[in-house]
Design a protein around this ligand. Structure first.
Ligand code: CU
Length: 494
């Protein structure tokens, strides 16, 4: 299953880069000034990206095929450079890839591949494929060309990209697929938890017995486009199921460990009063089950996670979730509730490497994650299917947790202000009001609430924004009538 498109991610990345420039940190070049003019129109561009792109790609017409002096090759591709919205991209020229943005190139093992790069704009670019030591060197002028020829021996999926600083993050990357495994097949299954998938409010009921059954499953699943990873999960989703109980409830937790598992797994819920938060009673061997019971003494929004050594390894692999213990009478009603969790992934291979990635224990001890993710994959929450949706005038509540295992989140929604924040996840203290960014510790959670007054696309980030370029981004789509009294392009109407 293939999900968040590179296009979404790169457009948003570019948006952030532009926003940084607008903050006045750097002198502006003419390109940056013209980019500033496009910021106001970005919401429409984001919306337009949901459709297919057949026009306004700005690619130049070029003849396909290699120059006469080029060495012979089995497969020949021509790519030009260009812009799409505020992103930078490669665009296919000629043949089946003609006009395709960042096309997937194909070849068979043993073939000689030739890629001709034709600069479509007067900006420095190049094209590189690390695995084959193939690099074109820079092209500077519009129309300037460069050629690489290399042999592909082993099947696999490889990334081509522009190595000029910032250009890959701005969108200049694609895949070279050698052999029969398609980029889609390399995507594996999905462990993405849909942010709207959580049980509704409990209402004004009394305490009762709540029985919860969870199964630890180890699954190879999509970490990013063309990239998979061996996740550890509760019930095959990251984060695991949202659990909802109320203060005074007796909660019985059954933890199964799938027979295919290679590791022991367990569960520690921060809502538990008792040793290990339940982990001492739930170290479960593959194919077995264990049960424990606790009484919910304190209302709040709490993280749960696996607590089997190496704890940080199991957590970064995806074994975490949230449990809400409602206060008597529940939380105030809202129109929409969402469930979002942030985590880190420590891979041996650099960010953006296609194929199956492997866990790197040293990188974890050094706290150098390659990926930061919301809900189970890089840019998981940027698609129509897995994004957050609301309508103008509605109130939105986000249960936001940080699994870590190591990094504090500076949770922020670009273009919104949190009307209420339940700081530290405490719901027995009054919420604080009018907050831009909320700090959430690893193993901590919060609840933010806000009314959406203006239609458009809002971007969920950790405002430690380098992490956006490592996959940490989500989208809130708000539909409804424009509200020019609150937000509009152009000068004020007196
Ligand atoms: Cu585990």
């Amino acid at each position: 299953m293939k999900h968040p498109t590179t296009r979404w991610f790169t457009l948003i990345t570019t948006f952030i880069l532009i926003a940084a420039l607008l903050s006045g940190c750097f002198p502006e070049s003419p390109e940056q000034i013209s980019a500033r003019a496009t910021v106001a129109a970005l919401s429409e561009q984001v919306a337009a990206l949901q459709g297919e792109h057949t026009e306004d790609m700005g690619f130049v017409e070029l003849p396909a095929g290699a120059p006469a002096d080029a060495p012979a090759a089995d497969v020949v591709y021509t790519l030009t450079t260009g812009s799409e919205g505020t992103s930078l991209v490669f665009i296919g020229v000629g043949g089946e890839i003609d006009g395709v943005v960042n096309p997937t190139l194909t070849a068979s093992p043993g073939q000689t591949v030739q890629i001709r790069l034709v600069n479509g704009q007067p900006v420095e670019h190049d094209l590189r494929i690390d695995e084959f030591n193939a690099e074109t060197g820079s092209v500077f002028a519009e129309g300037e060309e460069a050629l690489i020829t290399f042999h592909v021996m082993e099947g696999g999926v490889y990334a081509y990209y522009c190595s000029i600083p910032g250009h890959r993050a701005a969108g200049m990357e694609g895949l070279l697929q050698v052999g029969t495994a398609s980029a889609e097949e390399a995507g594996g299954v999905s462990v993405i938890q849909n942010p709207a998938n959580l049980p509704g409010p409990l209402g004004d009921r009394g305490p009762q017995l709540v029985q919860v059954e969870l199964t630890a499953r180890e699954v190879e699943a999509t970490l990013a486009d063309g990239t998979t990873y061996k996740f550890f999960t509760f019930d095959g989703v990251v984060p695991g199921p949202f659990i909802r109980a109320r203060v005074g409830d007796t909660v019985e937790i059954t933890l199964n460990n799938a027979s295919e598992s290679a590791f022991i797994h367990s569960i520690d819920l921060h809502s538990v009063t008792g040793p290990g938060g339940g982990a001492v009673h739930t170290q479960v061997q593959p194919g077995e089950s264990k049960v424990f019971t606790f009484q919910a003494l304190n209302p709040g929004i709490y993280v749960y996670h696996c607590a089997t050594a190496s704890h940080a390894h199991h957590i970064q692999s995806g074994m975490y979730g949230l449990i809400l213990i409602e206060p008597e009478g529940g939380l105030p009603p809202v129109d929409r509730e969402f469930y979002v969790m942030q985590g880190e992934v420590y891979t041996a291979e650099p960010y953006g490497t296609p194929g199956l990635l492997t866990f790197d224990h040293e990188a974890m001890l050094d706290e150098r994650p390659e990926y930061f993710i919301f809900n189970g994959a890089a840019a998981a929450l940027t698609t129509e299917e897995n994004g957050l949706h609301a309508e103008v005038g509605e109130t939105v509540r986000i249960f936001f947790g940080v699994a870590g295992p190591n990094f504090t989140s500076s949770f922020h929604v670009i273009g919104e202000i949190f009307d209420r924040v339940y700081s530290y996840g405490s719901i027995t203290s009054p919420p604080i009001t009018d907050v831009q960014t909320v700090s959430v510790a690893p193993g901590g959670a919060t609840i933010v609430e806000f009314e959406v007054q203006v239609p458009g696309t809002y971007i969920l980030v950790d405002h430690a924004l380098s992490r956006l370029e490592r996959g940490l981004v989500g989208l809130l789509f708000v539909s409804g009538e424009d509200q020019p009294d609150i937000f509009s392009a152009g000068p004020a109407n007196p």
